[in-house]
Write a protein that binds this ligand. Structure first.
Ligand code: NAD
Length: 260
């Protein structure tokens, strides 16, 4: 088992990539705290983990609320039983479609609050815990392939994911003396409720056509699956990535490599 008895906290674990990662981490022996705004989604993830024989519990968290995040870290440590937090995966995030001049200030603030402040708070309380336990630990932040390549109509979202990548690199420098590794994931288009919702809202009645266009820009001709990202997260969370620090790992089916 690659994460035997490791204490892991995953935000946004009630759906999509977070759920797939929670399931995989638990399968690899981790004690998983499933953190999400949505209690039904979180409970379903916990149910699936326990059904498969794994260890998990749910905490309701709004990642924009410092007290929620601080309490979630404390709860993960308590439930883990070892006095440690080994892995923090700041995965929760929301999307937004719009060029900069079409973006309402309130929408900008909401995207930055969840995707940047949320990651900042997760990092802050995880680092405080990891320092208090004498160092060691691993933080994974959810960025995106569009942090470095950009995409039409994604002003707030690209800005938020770029900030996460920069924060990750900067943090790694500060965290290295404490034995804490900090890395970012940069997925391409992954078929989750996040993308399904986007297709429904932006391409009502033309979802298949839009999906075909997304497939065409992949070198694989297919979208990624949540499990593809979960496996990359497992690598970053495990000791196998001991020498991987401050990286942005592309999990995008070749999207960032270039056009075919
Ligand atoms: P998803 O919508 O399936 O899951 C996101 C989860 O985050 C949901 O369970 C939701 O309830 C939770 N959440 C939202 N706001 C929250 C908050 N304030 N506090 C706590 N939880 C909150 O999305 P997904 O596709 O699994 O995306 C997960 C992450 O991966 C996001 O950060 C997203 O930006 C990123 N990402 C996704 C893709 C993709 O194509 N799906 C690509 C690159 C990056």
């Amino acid at each position: 088992m690659r994460l035997a008895d490791r204490v892991c906290l995953i935000t946004g674990a009630g759906s999509g990539i977070g759920r797939a990662t929670a399931l995989l981490f638990a399968h690899e022996g981790a004690r998983v705290t499933v953190a999400d705004l949505d209690p039904a989604g979180g409970a379903e993830t916990v149910r699936q983990i326990r059904e498969a024989g794994g260890a998990a519990h749910f905490v309701r968290v709004d990642v924009t609320a410092a007290e929620d995040v601080r309490a979630a870290v404390a709860e993960a440590v308590r439930a883990g039983g070892s006095g440690r937090l080994d892995v923090m995966f700041n995965n929760a995030g929301i999307g937004h479609v719009g060029a900069v001049e079409q973006t309402e200030e309130a929408d900008w603030d909401r995207v930055i609050a969840v995707n940047v402040r949320g990651v900042f708070l997760g990092c802050k309380y995880a680092v405080l815990q990891m320092q208090a336990q004498g160092g060691g630990g691993c933080i994974i932040n959810m960025s995106s392939s569009i942090a470095t390549t950009g995409l039409a109509q994604r002003a707030a979202y690209t800005a938020s994911k770029g900030a996460v990548l920069s924060l990750t690199r900067s943090m790694q420098v500060d965290c290295a003396p404490h034995g804490i590794r900090v890395n970012a994931l940069m997925p391409g288009t992954i078929m989750t409720p996040f993308v399904e919702g986007y297709l429904r809202r932006s391409y009502a009645g033309r979802e298949e056509e839009a999906l075909a266009a997304i497939r065409r820009r992949q070198l694989t001709g297919e979208l990624g699956r949540p499990e593809d990202v979960a496996r990359a997260a497992l690598f970053l969370a495990s000791d196998e990535s001991m020498f991987v620090m401050g990286a942005g790992l592309a999990v995008d089916g070749g999207l960032s490599a270039g056009k075919a």
